[in-house]
Design a protein around this ligand. Structure first.
Ligand code: PKZ
Length: 180
């Protein structure tokens, strides 16, 4: 099925903000995290930026592939906010096309290509040198829709409790529950 943008999705160009302060991908309170900033695009699409820091190295001076996969995963995960669906990554297939040096800003774009029941298919690219620059990484993903219980049942009680007492998190969890 063609993906449908939720009527209450943030307007194109709007920053999404972090879904969780401690998130390694987008959280502002995570010192070694990616601090990835995602913006809503047209339709069910997202753009995002992330600058590779010294803490993200694999080979000397180069981004670790797993960190780049995280940037793709986080950008792809942000798409679910435009569908107003809670979903987790089931499958992430990544192509590493060129090395990405520390200090480089990765310009990411992602879109949902299809939705089939609980399955959300998507793809993303990360470019260097600018939003129109050469592709450094690409991914195709399958996210699976879950209920809030997924996090409550599997997460550690202390973090769940802290997340539940964050007013913004509760608002989001509620929004997810009333707008499946
Ligand atoms: C208080 C807290 C508030 C929280 C507020 C929310 C905040 C929102 C945070 C989101 C966070 C984002 C961060 C970035 C995104 C991550 O990184 S998420 C973290 C990484 N991912 C995970 O941890 C997921 C771990 N895996 C699982 O929990 C389970 O395998 C899953 C994905 C839920 C699926 O299990 P299941 O629900 O039992 O589903 P199942 O019936 O097996 O499969 C459903 C369908 O999907 C297909 N499928 C499942 N897995 C796969 C696969 N790997 N390959 C191919 N097909 C698959 C099945 O074949 C099936 O297809 P159909 O038969 O329907 O055609």
């Amino acid at each position: 099925m063609t993906p449908v943008r939720h009527p209450d999705a943030p307007a194109p160009g709007e920053l999404l903000g972090a879904h969780y302060g401690e998130c390694f991908g987008c959280g502002g309170e995570q010192p070694h995290g990616l601090h990835l900033q995602a913006r809503a695009g047209e339709g069910v699409s997202i753009t995002a930026e992330f600058t590779v820091q010294p803490a993200h190295q694999g080979a000397p001076g180069l981004a670790h592939g797993g960190v780049l996969a995280t940037a793709l995963d986080e950008t792809l995960g942000s798409l679910n906010w435009l569908l107003r669906t809670i979903a987790v990554t089931g499958r992430l297939e990544t192509d590493f096309v060129r090395p990405v040096p520390v200090g480089t800003t990765l310009y990411l774009e992602a879109e949902v290509t299809a939705v089939a029941g609980r399955k959300i298919y998507s793809r993303a690219t990360g470019r260097v040198g600018g939003p129109e620059g050469p592709v450094a990484v690409r991914a195709e993903a399958l996210f699976i829709e879950v209920q809030v219980d997924h996090f409550v049942n599997h997460g550690r009680p202390e973090e769940i409790k802290a997340a539940m007492s964050d007013p913004d998190q509760i608002r989001r969890a509620r929004a997810f529950e009333v707008n499946p």
